[in-house]
Design a binder for this molecule. Sequence first.
Ligand SMILES: N[C@@H](CCC(=O)N[C@@H](CS)C(=O)NCC(=O)O)C(=O)O
Length: 205
Amino acid sequence: MNRILYYHQQSNFSRKIRILLAEKNLDCELKEINLLNKPPEFLEISPIGRVPVFVEQDGTVIWDSTLIAEYLDETYPQPSFYPSNVRTRLDCRKWEELADNLGDNIINLWVLNLKNNFTSNRYRTKLETSINRLATVFERQLAESKYLLGNDTWTAADVAALCSFGYYSFRLNEDWLLEFPNVENWFNQLHQRESVKSTVPIPLN
Ligand SMILES: N[C@@H](CCC(=O)N[C@@H](CS)C(=O)NCC(=O)O)C(=O)O
């Protein structure tokens, strides 16, 4: 059977996996899911009902972008997106977790804005504060090196972070780049890659 990725083209977490599949040159059938009306076929294999979900050729089902990313890297290690050294790998996982946390905060703020719920000002402030604090942490790290883990190569942490910052541009604030020049420079450089360019989220018709 073919590999399958259940995804949504606007989903930052799905984008992590689309970039890794492209970089690793792995054939994979892409099945886009309507997140407002999830098909039974999808819900049967996704206990949390979220994209991405990956199905391997032997039928193995993996959900959660980080679990999928680690599986792909261990099974298809060329090119590798997680460092082999235990300590550096831990750092990579920590940055990936921060990036995913940034993504979660951005999604929650966007959903809150959609509801236009003025009674939730405290929650809105909490989300905005978290987003700014995390973006500042990335800004400081990228003042030190070209990528999140040094100057040599991008890792799964950079992939996760560019997907969250890309989602920030898409949903909330095109101008964030102006406030974080090191992130801007890193973000624009990574967008020279075809895997990154070809997965930029686009508005629905
Ligand atoms: N921790 C999960 C988060 C996945 C997630 O939040 N996916 C969103 C799209 S970006 C989703 O499917 N939302 C639909 C829903 O919650 O109903 C991962 O890394 O894969």
